[in-house]
Design a protein around this ligand. Structure first.
Ligand SMILES: [Zn+2]
Length: 248
């Protein structure tokens, strides 16, 4: 009865409110999309990029080329990919995922992530979000990484494990911390849930989060997954901070 009412209300809202741009709200012909102007200003990332870190190169150095950062300090995870640089409309979408029409945003963001991460997803890895600690989950009521992971898994037809990673220690917010402080903050914060340990062993894994900043959080997750026997741990985020998109 109530479900029927909700569906009816949604249909009514759909008639009254035409689809709008996910970023600037101008009316559009289709749902879950950006207008032409916002699309053009969204800093989508594409190859050529560093094979390990997914940071764009200004020219093609050939398959498997590594950035100076990846050579100087090889990451714990195997490969990272992001759909966009963390600027312009991409930044608005990340912030909007916390407040606005989350389902519509997650659908579009997940679609772009699935495209950027196609090579990470092609051998059917287990997809799992970076977890929130339960006190933070209780305050916020939802985990935006989980919304994105669900869409990525659905788009790519790969298995989703929302509960495989657990945050066993509440950590301070990473915003405003130095790279070293971030790494220290998340040390021993995660574990593979006892139920999922058998599942992870011998399997490739893709960890999903909204923004890749220093990589401290996903590295802490990758460490426990590798310890549990994951054959490969890749990272897929919607946005990449300090991406230095090549001009032209
Ligand atoms: Zn727009």
């Amino acid at each position: 009865m109530l479900a029927g009412f909700a569906a009816g209300a949604r249909r009514t809202a759909r008639l009254v409110l035409p689809p709008t741009c996910l970023s600037c709200n101008v009316p559009l012909a289709e749902d879950h999309a950006l207008c032409g102007s916002c699309w053009a200003r969204t800093p989508f990332l594409s190859p050529p990029w560093c094979m390990r870190l997914g940071r764009p190169f200004s020219f093609d150095l050939g398959e498997g080329a590594l950035s100076p950062q990846a050579i100087a300090s090889p990451p714990v995870f195997d490969r990272a990919r992001a759909a966009c640089a963390f600027s312009g409309p991409a930044r608005d979408l990340v912030h909007g995922l916390k407040y606005a029409d989350r389902a519509a945003l997650a659908r579009a963001m997940g679609r772009w992530m699935a495209r950027a991460g196609a090579e990470l997803l092609k051998d059917k890895p287990l997809v799992m979000p970076v977890p929130l600690h339960r006190t933070r989950l209780w305050q916020r009521r939802f985990n935006q990484a989980a919304l994105l992971a669900r869409e990525v898994a659905r788009m790519s037809d790969v298995p989703l494990r929302l509960d495989a990673l657990e945050r066993v220690r509440a950590t301070s917010r990473q915003v405003g911390l130095s790279a070293r402080a971030r790494a220290q903050n998340v040390r021993r914060a995660f574990r593979v849930s006892p139920d999922a340990a058998g599942l992870v062993a011998g399997r490739p894994v893709v960890i999903v989060d909204d923004v890749f900043t220093t990589g401290a959080t996903v590295s802490a997750c990758a460490r426990v997954l590798k310890r549990s026997g994951a054959t490969r741990v890749d990272v897929l985020t919607f946005a990449l901070a300090d991406a230095d998109i090549p001009a032209g």
